[in-house]
Design a protein. Sequence first.
Length: 431
Amino acid sequence: MNRMRMNTFKSALSSPSDSLISNLAVAILFLATHLGRPAQNLDIRSEICATRGNPTSAVSTRDGRFVFVSVTNVDQPDFPGPDSAAGSRTDAVSGIEVFRRDVATHKLSPVGFVKTGSTGANGLVLLPQERTLAIGVGDEGVAFLDVRDLEHGKGTPRFAHQTAGAGTFDVVATPDGKYVFSSNEYGIVSGQRGSVGVISTGIDQKGRARSPHTLGQIPAGDVVPSLAISPDGSRLYVASELIPQSQSFAIAGSNNPVLSKNDRVQKQGSPARPNGYISVVDVQRAIAIKPDAILARVAAGCSPVRIVEAADASRLYVSARGDNSILEFDPHRLENDPEHSLLHSFASGGTAPVGMRLFMSDRYLAVANSNRFAEGNGNLAIHKLEGNPDPEPHRISAGGFPRNLSLSADGSTLYLTNYKSRTLQALELNH
């Protein structure tokens, strides 16, 4: 029987220097394969760069020459209050920090910083042709910046505003770039504190968003931190941390103890919380703001916060932050047989998992275990997905509150944002 085995992992990370570029840190992970061919080794080399503010997300251009990082509290101290109050600030400086990556040496160097004129800078998505970057910017909704301007360290944002106090966080785009969807964590729509914003980009033939404007919002539960779009662009998957107190809709999985619970405490001293859920949304109905756009809702453990789908649409992974676990669903069953859509659950490899990314042809899943409710750094756990996930994934040291993960277009580099440490971690995958 074909098997894959992970050998011993050792890592050593150095702290960032006073300049914005830290010393090269190296972490080596050996993955020995036995798949009818000679064993192959993969080593992960980690470079850590300081950022000017708290980084939330990073995205690289297709050619790998530029990396855009959303940063908040630029040249300012961390915000001490809760996330729900962050949008009410008037003095926060946020925006996009631009890094250039040398294609020969893979070294990152800062190019500049572009303000978004908002209290936050969160999720990122590059529209097709990479002429426009869309950013979730808290209570200002979604901002759009010209990529050519960003590459020169400048730019003037245009906004597609959401509801008052929206707290817009994540953004995704349809494959043609004509529409962007946003996760609005806190904006109240139809009595629910959390929604999905639907935005027409007005994209032109060169990929520039000429006239972005909001078409409407779809209510989506209580606290909506993120969403994902299917590879074919036909479905949205939306994470809602909590079931609304005045629930008026059916949620599958309510009798499954893995998915449905009411006794989870994430931060010591905080009250126990019930489970959240994920929603399956028909994209075309969402664009038309139809009331039946949500096709299914399925319980998803304590505080589901990130979602990622395999390229062949065979698996969907959800990080259940309050359960320290990863849930694996069958995307087809989510819609057609939601009560039996959970395939299995496995430990995240750390505490309070948030960001996830599939890599190496979706055979591995990287999980950012944030440890955000306790003192100390988090880690990056590497899970092998062929067969059953490893009970003990290999771990790579990360900074304070490792938050989101992205993968370069060629699959060679993972980018991890360490929010509290104010660093960008570039993990080069050599195999």
